[in-house]
Design a protein around this ligand. Sequence first.
Ligand SMILES: Cc1cc2c(cc1C)N(C[C@H](O)[C@H](O)[C@H](O)COP(=O)(O)O)c1[nH]c(=O)[nH]c(=O)c1N2
Length: 233
Amino acid sequence: MKDNVNRPFSEDEKSGLYRAIFERRDVRSQFLPDPIPEDVLARLIEAAHHAPSVGFMQPWDFIAIDSVAVREQVLQIFEQENEKAAGNYQGDRQQTYRSLKLQGILESPINLCITCDRSRGGTHVLGRHSIVETDLFSTCLAVQNLWLAARAEGIGVGWVSILDQDKLAATLNLPEQVYPLAYLCLGYVSEFLPQPELQAKGWRSRLPLTELVHGNTWGQPVDNIALSEALKK
Ligand SMILES: Cc1cc2c(cc1C)N(C[C@H](O)[C@H](O)[C@H](O)COP(=O)(O)O)c1[nH]c(=O)[nH]c(=O)c1N2
């Protein structure tokens, strides 16, 4: 597979990649209990491991959690935090918030915590001198690689961030310098929704790209007319 890396992508390969990007979903409600075969899970983790990282730091580790007891503890952390988060909203908005399903910790057959070891590679990691958070950015890219590869494999991924990080770190027995960057639920699904669940439930919609692309400096219109027209499509 790694021979001849300079050959152009075929039309099918390109459309497969874009399909994974556009049809990837955050999954909470549609998990099936079927286990993910080990070789498939290993492929997903290998895809994550091929993400770019600052100074080739590879700050990630992967904690595969199938223990129901551990997952129940994480669910408890979620429930405590979610109750606090609901307090951010009032009236109908709070009711809508409470009706949203924001995790699939027990319904999915496996959870995966992708961590960031902030000390990996020593004190001087190439490229991290000025922006110390680049290790966290790198780990986010590993998450996205896994998320896209999972979509191509027909596996749903749901990111759960409504968690107290210290309690999560303690539950997973993380060393001091290891940050629990992403807590993910993974499993085959009954369906992938055609649009984000938050959009389908009327919480928030995708913003028009024409409002998000600026020309040269913030707030300036794009002066390239062809680009401006292409963005409207
Ligand atoms: C860093 C981060 C953290 C979270 C999320 C995502 C990311 C990137 N998302 C998923 C998020 O709601 C979802 O990506 C958007 O609603 C867009 O939907 P699609 O991912 O396109 O389906 C998410 N979803 C959820 O139900 N509970 C959560 O705690 C979180 N947390």
